[in-house]
Design a protein around this ligand. Structure first.
Ligand code: 5CA
Length: 445
């Protein structure tokens, strides 16, 4: 993409309404525009990152054997009367009437609807296990929408639902989700710690939240510092193998890590003092096992091998897809702007032309731009007629992890400069070597 042809409405001034850095930087980098409290348009740069995050979520869910579908945002109220949640959900639910005066709602989550799909089409244990998920907009009329996409009213969520024959099988699904989430967050450059949590309006016995440590997080967290060292890395996990998946979960949930809702001071005090930490975290996902809470009242049963009918054991599992943009920026920025991890960056590299209009420099930039595209990379070429300082400031603000700087002085020596946004370190390379280096960096992303 050429910057002169793109739509990147960056702001020079700090927007007064933004209280935290991710909100400020998303507005300044022209990623989002507020349309009403907690409701945003996703401008091209923000939309691109959102799509990259969605893509990672899809890949990791499908790697775990979970199947994508798409349910609507609007739901009939009657479905929610079956589970008893229509009245329970309170003011967070946006209730709507259509022209026939039928009661509808904008879905805050989809347990009822997915249970309805299941009961309409599945009646035998032979069709289990089954996990269906979608990535869809949700609406919760939050009392205090704030911090930009972090606590929106309309927000994008991945929500997945497992259907299993018994509790043991459903707990395997729960564990599968935990492992797939760990991998998902790591691919986004995040350390998200599973913490024992409270089930709230979703209900159920077993639940973990995934928290990214950040001073601006809304939850207070208590943990053993050793938990932040755990990494899944690129180890292969066989999602079908119950014991293996359970072992990974054990590894990640044995050290003390809890939010204020479930914190137990007497357990916390058993951690060696030098490893005891109190901090704040951003909740980027939550998984629940709730047994037959929905399948029972809604009649989602299957016939078992001995011919009896039993309600299926279920769980639901959510990732805050739009919130993740805010969480990633909170975890990865400096005073000049965003620093995107390679896994989610909107463009792989920026090209800065130091002398726009100079025939040799323009031609070198065009060549580099074409070579990067031919290598399967997605560059952003700053071809504006601007000072070098302004171009650098824009690149730093929007946070592309790699910058290629092209000017007459380097070209006289046959080199361009490749700079890491994270370390600030630069090296001089031929254009070909720079393309090869970027190709290598992005080989597995
Ligand atoms: N049905 C279950 C799991 S599918 C559910 O709704 N879980 S949840 O309430 O925990 O939401 C899942 C994730 O969505 C949260 O962990 C959080 O990351 C994100 N989320 C929840 N509310 C908001 C909000 N108001 N703005 C942005 N993201 C949100």
């Amino acid at each position: 993409m050429r910057l002169t042809r793109y739509f990147l409405p960056v702001l020079k001034e700090n927007p007064a309404e933004a209280q935290i850095v991710s909100h400020r930087l998303m507005l300044r980098a022209g990623m989002i525009k507020q349309q009403a409290a907690g409701i945003y348009s996703w401008l091209p740069l923000g939309f691109k990152v959102l799509k990259r995050i969605e893509q990672i979520v899809h890949e990791e869910q499908q790697r775990a054997g979970h199947i994508p579908l798409l349910m609507p945002t609007l739901q009939p109220a009657d479905l929610w009367r079956e589970s008893g949640r229509y009245d329970d959900y309170g003011q967070e639910m946006l209730r709507i009437r259509d022209r026939q005066d039928r009661e509808m709602l904008y879905g805050p989550t989809n347990e009822e609807m997915i249970t309805d799909i299941f009961r309409s089409h599945v009646s035998s244990y032979k069709d289990l296990p089954l996990t269906l998920y979608h990535i869809q907009w949700k609406f919760r009329d939050e009392m205090r929408p704030r911090f930009g996409v972090m606590r929106g009213r309309e927000f994008l969520m991945k929500d997945g639902y497992n259907f299993d024959i018994d509790k043991a099988a459903a707990l395997h699904a729960y564990n599968r989700h935990m492992v797939s989430y760990l991998r998902t967050y790591e691919r986004m450059g995040l350390t998200a710690i599973p913490m024992r949590a409270d089930s709230g309006p979703i209900g159920g016995d077993d639940t973990h939240e995934f928290l990214v440590l950040a001073a601006t997080g809304e939850s207070e967290v208590f943990y053993d510092a050793a938990v932040t060292e755990l990494k899944l890395g690129d180890r292969a996990v066989d999602y079908e193998n119950r014991a293996e998946v359970a072992e990974v979960c054990r590894e990640f949930t044995t050290l003390y890590a809890r939010t204020d809702e479930t914190h137990k001071p007497e357990l916390f005090d058993q951690i060696p003092a030098e490893r005891r930490r109190v901090g704040r975290g951003i909740e980027v996902g939550q998984i629940f096992y709730f047994g037959t809470k929905y399948s029972d009242p809604m009649g989602a049963n299957v016939v078992t091998p001995d011919g009896s009918r039993v309600p299926v054991h279920m769980g639901s599992h959510g990732i805050g897809v739009s919130r993740l943009l805010g969480a990633i920026i909170e975890a990865s920025h400096d005073e000049r702007g965003i620093i995107w991890p390679e896994g989610v960056t909107p463009f792989h590299a920026g090209i800065v032309n130091l002398k726009q209009g100079d025939a040799g420099t323009d031609a070198a930039c065009e060549g580099l731009y074409a070579a990067l595209k031919a290598a399967g990379l997605d560059p952003l070429y700053d071809d504006r007629d601007e000072r070098a300082g302004a171009k650098f400031a824009t690149m730093d603000l929007i946070g592309l992890p790699w910058r290629l700087t092209v000017g007459p002085r380097g070209l006289a020596k046959g080199v361009v400069e490749l700079t890491s946004r994270r370390s600030g370190e630069s090296e001089e390379l031929t254009a070909e070597a720079a393309v090869a280096r970027l190709r290598e960096i992005y080989a597995d992303r």
